[in-house]
Design a protein around this ligand. Structure first.
Ligand code: GLU
Length: 448
């Protein structure tokens, strides 16, 4: 990797010292800083006014105990987090992740990414993230409800329609948002729809929100292909993951004429050469909350692979939609060897820095998550708009808005990459364009 600009290097070292042991947070900061050399050269006031230090320090971080009782009567204790990173562009906005790997460093990396992602959407939303080390896997509905109610019993005092608006992320979907919203409503005695997004359609949710992250990732990849005179039609696609983001990335890629041949979960990956059966995948994952083994068992011709990496399956387009750092250097080398031409991140930071370098050096069209997966949070902002106006839009109109937003993000990234001397580099484009917008707002609002 190229050396950082000396000012940025100095600031990065302070970030390392002030946040020891938070590897993913360090990685997220470094990935942004690596793009900013030409920006601070052109706009030295950003360094003089210590804008980067201000953006790297969350406005507020909350860590709390979440006690609850499981089905056997045992008392469980989890840890809850909400990191309110930046509200210069709007109320803190970002999801909650329930997964055993969640710790402060993970929440801070996600919150930091979210600030830039949300800026890119062009909508009035700041950045934050939260969650817990609670593992919903294998838990009964009642246990999930008990956990969510206890979690919200602390969180409610920190959030609000104009303050901080959480949503889902890994392990938090419509069911969890329902229990969280119910408890918020009960404690506050307010039907404050705009306090959470990702709500059910019957009680304040937005059409297309569930599909938005996956659809948006494919729309962004489509824009990149279009810029090169190409399309999804006839492409062979691999999607990692099989959660909410992955399922709707598969759906839209298929609608645009691609064949999606593989997806994965924590037990392995399935290869289905004739193209994934989306209805079966939805049944197994969304309805039965099952494993991909159940998909393979119900689908002649599909094979489940329990060792090895999904990135060894050859494809034209790779959409990592599982989790951070799932696509490493070896995986990138294998994808390049098999002739991949597009990689778009549906997950947050799924590609390691070394892997990103391999892909960029090979001229692969690479879309970083903060651009490619911004459709989810953008549609959350559309949900907030509908809640504020007590309105409910049609599927068609909402999807049109999402498509327009993704085109806008693509344009901003491409334009900013050109402006800062890295044409075609969407990493530079996404980081510089969002940073300039944030930095100008930080300056405008004064030392706060
Ligand atoms: N968790 C999603 C993300 O990573 C969505 C957040 C939201 O809708 O607020 O952007």
């Amino acid at each position: 990797m190229a050396a950082l600009d000396p000012h940025l290097q100095e600031i990065y070292e302070v970030v390392l010292r002030r946040n020891p042991g938070e590897a993913e947070f360090h990685q997220a900061v470094l990935e942004v800083f690596e793009s900013l050399g030409p920006v601070v050269l052109k706009r030295p006031e950003y360094v003089e006014s210590r804008v980067l230090e201000r953006l790297c320090e969350p406005e507020r971080q909350v860590i709390f105990r979440v006690p609850w009782i499981d089905d056997s009567g045992r008392i469980e204790i989890n840890r809850g987090f909400r990191v309110e990173f930046s509200s210069v562009l709007g109320p803190f906005k970002g999801g909650l992740r329930f997964h055993p790997s969640v710790n402060l460093g993970i929440v801070k990396f996600l919150g930091f990414e979210q600030i830039f992602k949300n800026a890119l959407t062009g909508m009035p939303i700041g950045g934050g993230k939260g969650g817990s080390d609670f593992d919903p896997k294998g838990r009964s509905d009642r246990e999930v409800m008990a956990f969510c109610q206890s979690f919200m019993t602390e969180l409610y005092r920190h959030i609000g329609e104009y303050t901080d608006v959480p949503a889902g992320d890994i392990g938090v979907g419509g069911r969890e948002i329902g229990y969280l919203f119910g408890q918020y409503k009960r404690i506050t005695n307010l039907y404050e729809s705009g306090v959470l997004t990702g709500k059910g359609l019957g009680w304040g949710g937005s059409r297309v929100r569930k599909e938005a992250t996956g659809y948006g990732t494919v729309f962004f990849a489509q824009e990149m292909l279009r810029a090169r005179g190409d399309s999804f039609d006839g492409k062979r696609v691999v999607v990692s993951g099989s959660g909410n983001v992955a399922i709707y990335a598969v759906e839209m890629a298929q609608r645009l004429g691609a064949t999606v041949v593989a997806c994965s979960d924590s037990s392995g990956y399935v290869v289905d050469e004739s193209g994934l059966d989306l209805e079966l995948l939805k049944q197994v994952k969304e309805v039965d909350r099952g494993r991909l083994a159940d998909y393979a068992a119900g689908r002649p011709g599909a094979t489940l692979v329990t060792d090895g990496s999904i990135w060894h399956v050859d494809c034209d387009v790779a959409l990592p939609c599982a989790t951070q750092n799932e696509l490493d250097e070896d995986a990138a080398i294998s994808l390049v060897k098999h002739g991949v031409s597009v990689v778009a991140e549906g997950a947050n930071m799924p590609t390691t820095r070394a892997a990103t370098r391999v892909l960029l050096d090979a001229d692969v069209l690479f879309a970083p998550g903060k651009a490619a997966n911004a459709g989810g949070v953008a549609t959350s902002a559309l949900e907030m708009q509908q809640n504020a106006s007590r309105d409910s839009w049609t599927h068609e109109y909402t999807q049109e808005r999402l498509e327009g937003i993704m085109r806008g993000i693509h344009e901003r990234c491409a334009g900013s990459a050109d402006e800062f001397g890295a044409p075609g580099n969407y990493v530079v484009g996404a980081n510089t364009s969002s940073f300039v917008q944030l930095a100008d707002a930080v300056l405008a609002l004064g030392v706060i």
